[in-house]
Design a protein around this ligand. Structure first.
Ligand SMILES: Nc1nc2c(ncn2[C@@H]2O[C@H](COP(=O)(O)OP(=O)(O)OP(=O)(O)O)[C@@H](O)[C@H]2O)c(=O)[nH]1
Ligand SMILES: [Mg+2]
Ligand SMILES: [Zn+2]
Length: 330
């Protein structure tokens, strides 16, 4: 039975701090300081917790759980360091909070959408979370070579003397689980909380299984993901790579659409490093880089493998996003 009367102060159990490690719609799994995990329900509608959130929670009083015996209530979501989310016309979808980095995982197959990749990168930049890009399935030689080529601008943008690039792009072959990949990944992830984000079938859960002993995250055949449009992973879950719980990997369901309605069109250029690199040189301080004379961005759009160039695809994506974000939401 649900009790709506406030409990007397003297009997109120202590509020404990915990970490949200999974979210299933309304309820969450909260990990206590000691490492035990239990299902918690939010108190009221306000506390919409997401994976990575630090929360204050209370164990359910004996007999008040909903049958599993180990339940609790989320009383408060503590202040977030950051929150990665997407927003389309109708709804906002939070991915995770308090992240150190986001690993955008795409693959040779299924062929990735450059527009979705660009959107995920923009969302990460806007949330001030460091993005990494990884291209998986290098064992599929020809599709991999084509995908790697398509990533040329991402591998080189912001290049200074050919050494420092804005984005790090890693080639991977996760199902072959080469020791090299594993060591390199461990090095990049150590001590951090990393959200693995990407389209369905890219290998996000395969990555989790490779690095997390005993994770047994479900993985799906490519054909299934492609043909049925089904996602193998349906909830976001945080896994610890090490027993000391210092390095975390967050598996997430594949995304198809990545709305950026929370951003202003005039802020887009700031979040696209290849465009930002030239925007200072425009004649008008409020240049939209779409049609103005003396635009230093438009002057750099060319189909050349030059780290200073802006690829025609990137410029097209910028224009499409600018138009999309300029539409009235009503
Ligand atoms: N050829 C090849 N296949 C791979 C590789 N890595 C993963 N796969 C396969 O790709 C398929 C999809 O992998 P998952 O890990 O389930 O993909 P996911 O990104 O978690 O997909 P969702 O959960 O639907 O978002 C599985 O059949 C994997 O075995 C790889 O390096 N090479
Ligand atoms: Mg998965
Ligand atoms: Zn301009």
């Amino acid at each position: 039975m649900h009790c709506s009367h406030p409990e007397p102060m003297a009997q109120a159990p202590a509020r404990l701090e915990g970490l949200v490690v999974a979210s299933h719609g309304r309820h969450c799994v909260v990990e206590s300081a000691g490492g035990e995990r239990r299902i918690c329900h939010p108190r009221g509608k306000k506390s919409q917790a997401v994976v990575g959130d630090r929360v204050l929670w209370q164990p359910a009083a004996p007999g008040q759980g909903r049958g599993h015996g180990d339940e609790g209530t989320i009383e408060k979501v503590l202040e977030r360091r950051n929150l990665l989310y997407r927003q389309d016309e109708v709804r906002t979808k939070s991915f995770a909070a308090n992240l150190d980095q986001v690993l955008i995982l795409i693959a040779a197959e299924p062929v990735f959408s450059e527009s979705q990749l660009a959107r995920a990168l923009i969302a990460a930049e806007a949330a001030r979370i460091t993005p990494l890009i990884a291209l998986n399935k290098s064992d599929l030689v020809e599709p991999f070579a084509r995908a790697w080529e398509r990533l040329w601008p991402y591998r080189h943008m912001g290049g200074e003397q050919d050494t420092q690039h804005h984005y790090r792009v890693l080639p991977l072959s996760l199902s072959e689980s080469g020791a090299v990949d594993r060591d390199m990944l461990m090095h990049l992830l150590a001590g951090k909380t990393t959200l693995v984000l990407g389209p369905s079938g890219a290998g996000k859960s395969t990555l989790v299984n490779l690095l997390v002993p005993g994770a047994s995250a479900q993985t799906g055949e490519i054909s299934q993901a492609l043909n049925s449009g089904r996602h193998t992973t349906t909830t976001t879950t945080l896994y610890w790579i090490d027993p000391q719980r210092t390095t975390a990997l967050i598996d997430s369901p594949g995304f198809q659409e990545f709305g950026l309605r929370h951003l202003a069109p005039t802020d887009l250029a700031r979040y696209m490093p290849d465009i930002a690199a030239h925007a200072e040189g425009c004649r008008f301080y409020n240049c939209t880089h779409l049609h103005e004379p003396g635009c230093a961005v438009q002057a750099q759009v060319r189909d050349e493998q030059d780290a200073q160039a802006i690829s025609p695809q990137r410029y097209r994506i910028y224009g499409e996003l600018f138009a999309e974000l300029s539409e009235s939401p009503y």
